[in-house]
Write a protein that binds this ligand. Sequence first.
Ligand SMILES: [Zn+2]
Length: 225
Amino acid sequence: MSRELNLILLGPPGAGKGTQAARLVQDFHLPWASTGDMLRAAVAAGSDLGVKAKGFMDSGDLVPDDLIVDLIVERVNQADCADGFLLDGYPRTVPQADALGEALSGLSREVSAALLIELDDEEVIRRLSGRRVCVQSGHGYHLDFDPPKHEGVCDQDGSRLIQRDDDTEAVIRNRLNVYHSQTKPLVEYYEERGLLRRFDGSRSQTEVHDHIRAALATLRLEDTI
Ligand SMILES: [Zn+2]
């Protein structure tokens, strides 16, 4: 259809999606469109969609899918998304993927690829449950990858290091269960459409990045033939 790179990023927590997204944005000059940011921007701007979204958020409800899709359409119609975009945090489910596909086809566009950064559960748990932060300023450490000089003490200000509730194994396992139940069908969805590209998240960040770059370069070549 075109040389656009309209990308979706999938992967479990702790697989390095954020790092890879930041690098892709830099390399390919793609806007990084997170639905969270879009929501906040729309609410702050007081746009029609923002006002609607705020109504749901203020009453503690989830913002419905169709409103999120409208926000995405509004966002990807902006000039900076003409050559593509990197969508973060959406879709999470097959119905959302369908809704997104329909909305994009209404703009004569389509998803170019769904990038899946894979990482097995035990490694996710090792990466996330090893995190420690200091109570004073939130300085971050990792028991395996970036340990403090003295156990349980912040190098920078000497305050106590704690594990955040979100980083406990029980919470991570719960997030992983949700992730697997939602993402497995989504992975199949994009696989069936020939759009899925898999990457080994256990490799170094630089290797993963190189692999993604190579895959995207191939994708652009295929599109121009
Ligand atoms: Zn500190």
